[in-house]
Design a protein. Structure first.
Length: 74
């Protein structure tokens, strides 16, 4: 669903990620036909970065959890 929003309304995609100022700049960029393509790419890149950060956080949490369990055993 977020990818559909990023395609049609790139500024809204950025704003839903909590990047309000970037969303406003993206809206200004999106207002031109030529600027819509860079705005879409910007929103897509930002969205992928958000999902990548979530995956990385899960991995780090899993590693820390396993280290804590290992430390309790020894």
């Amino acid at each position: 669903m977020r990818y559909v929003i990023a395609f049609f309304l790139p500024f809204l995609s950025l704003m839903t990620q909590g990047k309000i100022i970037s969303g406003v700049f993206c809206l200004l960029l999106q207002l031109t036909i030529i600027g819509w393509i860079p705005a879409f790419i910007w929103a897509l890149t930002s969205l992928n970065s958000m999902y990548e950060d979530r995956r990385t956080k899960k991995i780090v949490d899993a590693i820390q959890s396993s280290q804590q369990q290992r430390d309790r055993l020894y």
